[in-house]
Design a protein around this ligand. Structure first.
Ligand code: NAD
Length: 334
């Protein structure tokens, strides 16, 4: 009989399997790779598994957690940093332990935010298409020097701090807002109230988590505080932005450009290939029509460094649970 701890790994892509199998070599858990995402329909697949591993768009609502608990699951290893997809009070009531990967590579995400800025500004995505078609016209490709521009960073934790440093390195003036100020960030940025960050920035980049307080942080009113033509970047969580307000601001020209790695209804779309299907989300489809909007499908974390660290920490979290050890990666459920 296989005595290894058996783990149902949801939302598995070939790259997840590659990195998790490599990380598991020294731990020897029994990893069972499942393609479906986790929700109330797929939760019964974990029946008899003491532990499961879930990803960022898996649904861990109360009903899903009930089914997992009935099937004997006790531990949820999230292979992501955020845990806004988990109903924490239901998890506590049902006696789950939950672990996450609080830090793996803040540089991966911060550098992707820079990639969005660079692409939107210098329009390299459009230039690439044009040149391939023999069109060497520069009309519509005008950018601006980043040097000397004001960049606002909302949330200066691990990722926001790296991002602030990168932008300061490009000789931007960096403004920052957080509930708690970070000494390392103070060396490269000036903390100020949120409305001032919105008012004075040419580029606003979001790096705070999704919480009840930050949901729709970017809405009609906050957009109206921003500079006309400002660039907005979101590599954090989709629901920080009220997408309908964003679309109105793009139509009116209040916002000059928008780079998104996340979208509030992304769980219906992201990480899958729908290139042969019709996209039914009209709000998302409208976003894609703007020449000054760049969307990537939640790939900011996706570097080999980050994937190796995510897999290593996830497997360590599974081992900590199996041995009954405590870990700073366990999500407090109090
Ligand atoms: P972190 O916990 O280190 O930092 C978050 C910061 O946000 C903290 O300093 C916190 O005080 C601040 N904050 C909390 N509430 C705030 C509020 N109301 N206003 C302003 N600031 C507030 O987290 P991190 O590792 O820097 O990650 C930030 C976010 O990035 C995560 O929550 C996650 O949603 C997102 N993320 C996205 C990807 C991706 O691939 N796109 C990958 C990893 C993380």
């Amino acid at each position: 009989m296989d005595e290894r701890m058996q783990v149902a790994v949801y939302s598995t892509k070939p790259y997840d399997r590659q990195f998790l199998e490599a990380a598991n070599a020294g731990h020897g858990h029994g990893l069972h790779f499942l393609k479906p995402g986790l929700d109330r329909v797929t939760a019964p697949l974990a029946k008899g598994f003491p532990a499961i591993c879930a990803f960022v768009n898996d649904s861990l609502d109360a009903e899903t957690l009930e089914i997992l608990a009935q099937g004997g699951t006790r531990f949820i290893a999230l292979r992501c940093a955020g845990f806004n997809q988990v109903d924490l009070s239901a998890a506590k009531r049902l006696g789950f332990q939950i672990a996450r990967v609080p830090a793996y590579s803040p540089h991966a995400v911060a550098e992707h935010a820079l990639a969005l800025i660079m692409t939107l500004n210098r329009k390299t995505h459009r230039a690439h298409q044009r040149v391939r078609e023999g069109n060497f016209s520069l009309d519509g490709l005008l950018g601006f020097d980043l040097r000397g521009k004001t960049v606002g960073v909302v949330g200066t934790g691990k990722i926001g701090a790296v991002f602030a440093k990168i932008m300061a390195g490009l000789e931007c003036r960096v403004l920052a807002y957080d509930l708690y100020e970070n000494d390392a960030v103070r060396k490269v940025a000036t903390y100020c109230p949120l409305d001032q960050v919105f008012r004075d920035s040419d580029i606003v980049s979001l790096h705070c988590p999704l919480t009840p307080e930050t949901r729709y942080l970017i809405n009609r009113e906050s957009i109206s505080q921003m500079r006309r033509g400002a660039m907005l970047i979101n590599t954090s969580r989709g629901a920080l932005i009220e997408t309908r307000a964003l679309i109105e601001a793009l139509k009116s020209g209040e916002l000059g450009s928008v780079g998104l790695d996340v979208y509030e209804e992304e769980s219906e779309l992201f990480f899958e290939d729908y290139s042969n299907e019709i996209i039914r989300d009209d709000v998302f489809a409208r976003l894609l029509t703007f020449p000054n909007v760049l969307v990537t499908g939640h790939q900011a974390f996706f570097t080999d460094t980050a994937m190796s660290r995510i897999a290593a920490t996830t497997v360590e979290n599974l081992t900590a649970f199996e041995k009954g050890n405590d870990s700073p990666n366990f999500v407090p459920l109090a």
